[in-house]
Write a protein that binds this ligand. Structure first.
Ligand code: GUN
Ligand code: FE
Length: 437
């Protein structure tokens, strides 16, 4: 049957209209899809046109509002045990010392099951209704990740990581293994025919992938018309090394462009140090950026001028980049995006702040656009899936205090700046409840 939510909702409709507040909303959901977006004054006539009764109505409590589910466009599932640890090294040293040894452990599927279950529970609890996950080199544990997101009902993209050179001897594949493994994994995920779980082609980055591997992965992505995710222009030493390894290419973005990896279903994490020419390459290819502000500070990578990139017409979503970023919370990524823009302002490098409205857009509709899923998710529009959160700042266990006369706009700001999973009292993915607090 139909379920009709009556109460306030907030969502984004575009980069230039990043926050619309409807205090008297009506949102109808049938078979997981949004079938009504209207206002209370029309409730009676909607009952007739959509044939529902009072029993089908869910009235939000005082102080509650609905918002779209949040989207984490870049998170390393296998790195979750290291969340909060190892804040002492920059990217390349951090990978060698902490990250590769941890990722190698996923040869053990029991360990994978233990970690991945906790992570899926945590991300759902934190309001992440869609996540684009990197797993590790290992296919069996990557399939366990798919089993778990499926069991918990989260929407996910899952990529088996590929690396065939300049990697530790204990954590590397041959080019052939990486390509055949990727094809096998893509087919296995597609064979599930679960519209919520999609495969994504995942070269780690240019520093650990041969030209043949990059090209082969580009071909697989094209053949199966699937997503692509990788890292681009994250840190200065990384860029320098990429250009040493690929001297025949114009710049780092060009390496991925020429190997078939910059598509309209591709998402490039970090992009802290893009040149204007590289921004243009991303735009021309309709390739998105995953802004990972927490990680960019933790790993000393730099401050990404994300408004400049978005204003140039490049799609942008937010990523936690666990464990480069210390937390799997997209709320915290929103805060760090806001603080990064302010820090660039202090340095005289970004003239405008990033507003909380724009941060909300990045966390929802922007993320959907970045993952080329904006026909399905990202906001409350008839025809899209109902991926949504019920937020409440005013219950006994809320970490946030609110005050008389504070309106929904104030509540959403307080939620972004001060809220946590205790404020996310219900989570829906495709109309199914996946968390109730
Ligand atoms: N670049 C290549 N691999 C990684 C990774 O695991 N984390 C981050 N932040 N950057 C990377
Ligand atoms: Fe990353």
């Amino acid at each position: 049957g139909i379920q009709v939510f009556v109460g306030p909702y907030v969502h984004s409709v575009s980069w230039t209209e990043p926050l619309v507040v409807q205090p008297n909303g009506v949102i109808g959901v049938k078979d997981g899809k949004i079938v009504i977006v209207d206002t209370i004054e029309n409730l009676d006539s909607l009952k007739t046109t959509h044939s529902f009764g009072d029993n089908d109505i869910v009235r939000l409590q005082e102080g509650e509002f609905l918002m779209p589910g949040m989207i984490d466009t870049h998170i390393h599932a296998g790195q979750y045990p290291n969340a909060g640890l190892n804040m002492d090294l920059p990217l390349l040293e951090w990978l060698d010392k902490y990250t590769f040894p941890l990722e190698a452990k996923y040869k053990d599927t029991k360990f994978a099951e233990l970690v991945y279950r906790k992570l899926v529970e945590k991300t759902i609890s934190s309001g992440t209704t869609t996540a684009s996950y990197f797993t590790t080199l290992h296919i069996p544990s990557s399939e366990i990740m798919a089993d778990l997101v499926e069991a918990y009902g989260q929407r996910a993209l899952i990529g088996k990581v590929c690396m065939d050179c300049f990697s530790p001897e204990y954590y590397v594949e041959t080019t052939e293994e990486s390509l055949s493994g990727t094809t096998e994994f893509v087919k296995k995920i597609l064979d599930r025919k679960n519209p919520l779980v999609l495969p994504t082609i995942t070269p780690r980055f240019a520093l650990t992938c041969s030209e043949n591997l990059l090209k082969g992965l580009g071909e697989i992505a094209k053949e199966h018309d699937v997503h692509i995710q990788t890292h681009l222009c994250e840190s200065l030493p990384e860029i320098e090394r990429a250009m040493e390894l690929f001297p025949q290419y114009k710049n780092y973005a060009d390496i991925y462009a020429q190997t078939g990896l910059l598509t309209s279903k591709a998402i490039m994490a970090h992009c802290v140090h893009l040149t204007d020419e590289e921004i243009e390459i991303l735009k021309e290819n309709n390739t998105a950026v995953s802004h990972c502000p927490t990680s960019n500070i933790c790993l000393l990578s730099g401050l990404c001028p994300i408004k400049k990139i978005r204003n140039a017409g490049v799609k942008v979503g937010l990523g936690t980049d666990v464990a480069g970023g210390y937390t799997p919370s997209i709320l915290e990524a929103m805060r760090h995006a806001i603080m990064t823009a302010k820090t660039l302002g202090i340095e005289g490098k970004e003239t405008e702040p990033l507003t909380y409205r724009e941060a909300l857009y990045f966390a929802t509709l922007g993320g959907a656009e970045a993952l080329a899923l904006d026909q399905e998710i990202g906001n409350f529009q008839v025809g899209k899936a109902f991926d949504a959160l019920v937020i409440n700042l005013q219950h006994d266990l809320s970490p946030v205090d609110t005050f008389p006369e504070q309106e929904i706009c104030d509540l959403i700001q307080k939620f972004i700046m001060l809220g946590d999973e205790r404020n996310i009292i219900k989570v829906f993915v495709s109309g199914q409840i996946v968390k109730s607090f």
